[in-house]
Design a protein around this ligand. Sequence first.
Ligand code: GFB
Length: 318
Amino acid sequence: MSYKDKKIYIAGHRGMVGSSIKRNLEAEGYRNLVFKDSSELNLVRQADVEKFFEMEKPQVVIIAAARVGGILANNTYRAEFIYDNLMIESNLVHSAYKHGTEKLIFLGSSCIYPRLAPQPLKEEYLLSDYLEFTNEPYAIAKIAGIKLCENYYRQYGCNFYSAMPTNLFGPNDNFDLETSHVLPALIRKFHEAKTEKKTEVILWGTGKPRREFLYVDDLAEAVRFLIEKINAKDLYEQGITHINIGTGKDLSIDELARLVSDITGYSGKIVYDTSRPDGTPRKLMDVSRINKLGWKHTTSLKEGIERAYSWYLKQFFR
Ligand code: GFB
């Protein structure tokens, strides 16, 4: 049976990542996708998740559901970031095992790596040193998710594994200035400054940290590649627990700010509020593994930001 006919449950299909995976699979002719809104199924509740799996018995599960946010949200809602994420992934992985799911892919983030890990970040660097404090609760939960998949494979032979995307952006991103990631924050700040004719925009930290960004539709393409081509044993037999997904290129926040200001047409000053945290100094993925297996990103950063900006304009100023 082709994957196009298998029953695939996308957990988190309303979010930026899940909605992009949904669009990608639908466009590629996947005919048997299952979704549940959070009002119908609360993934934090174990009994509800078990009942859902008992009824639906999905053959493939993609875990794109998570409590996520930028540096301030991670640092502020520390209890929710660890609790919700641990519950969501534990409930989904265990129910998938109990109800015979054939393949499960768990999505995390590059913040699982130690704060001062060598760059670029190889899959092997997991758990080799201390984490970044501002996102430690989220990172610990995501590491637990990786270990859930690994150990359900080791004990029960489940075809469950993890993929770690770099910082993502695109349609359906969160543009709330308190809880968002940097890229949507920059789009909104520069756009508003341009339309309100402000002469300066205030950004957080020093502008020196370096980050890598992947357009979310490229991630969706990578997830489809993993569904169709990669199994748990392909990773675990190589001694790794998860696979990196990114572009392999990074830039400083200040360089990013200049790019976003050009694209949005803002020409005023950029000021840094250094009382705000920088977070991890650098997070650049080593993507040689997934590249060798046969997937590579296709959207350039500039093209991705242009698309994200036009989505933002359509969504909020139509
Ligand atoms: O994207 P971001 O919030 O998260 O911030 P992380 C990246 C960098 O951009 C930090 C700076 O150095 C911020 O200080 N920055 C500058 C801003 N101006 C702004 C702004 O207006 N808003 C925001 N949000 N940042 C998150 C983790 O880390 O990345 C999560 O906390 C997760 O756990 C996620 O891993 C992908 O890249 O620092």
